[in-house]
Design a protein around this ligand. Sequence first.
Ligand code: FE2
Ligand code: FE2
Length: 259
Amino acid sequence: MKIIFLGDIVGKTGREAVKKVLPKLKKKFKPDIVIANCENISHGSGASNKTLDEMKDAGINYFTAGNHIFKGVKNGSIWERDDLVRPLNYPSDSRVPGVGFLKMKILGEEILLVSLQGLVFMPEYIESPFRIFKEFLSEHKNKLVVVDFHGEATSEKITFGLAFDGKASAVFGTHTHIQTADERILPGGTAYITDAGMCGSQNSSIGIDFQEIIKHFETGLKFKTEPGEFPAIVCGVLVDIDFSHRKAKKITRIFEVVK
Ligand SMILES: [Fe+2]
Ligand SMILES: [Fe+2]
């Protein structure tokens, strides 16, 4: 079973880049399913039904999220969708919308898609992703599970990958928007990459117009920001997982420049 996973899609530039590249990737790799992180899909922060539907039409089947999904959400009804997960380790509280995992049907098999958020260098006070995922696995035994681990620190991500090596079939890192070159199959059979990268403006501050970000670094103040322009990059991975023993066979990095 082949999955294409794309890193954080940032604003219109990211969406347009995905629209240009994804049909070619699908033709080349023939994935059974396409998943993308959508936390920055609407103008760089948050998501809307309009932008998510636009990406569904472009060929993405499911969406993961992260800390930014809770910002700039103009349309609360995104949480009624059955194709979107937010990090599972936010507290169980009626004020936290959305779900932390969902069941995907691929080739007649059930696959669990889980979103988790790291704690290191992240501002949100949430539960330990390690502890929450351990509990999750004890409640969902012998299932094929793929994880988007949304975190800042490389150390936390690789530790998570190794902690659940052989338990999750794939762990895709997101959030830094910078693709790492450490994709591999871990010893227990988990496909792993510390960060899948992003889909957005290449000459930018992780997808955002860098001129605005310079002002922030010069003054310490926050200014209104805009997504950067083309050229863009589309970053992600292709993984091939064996259904029979839930181990990954191969992970291949995707990095496309779109003019
Ligand atoms: Fe992001
Ligand atoms: Fe994030």
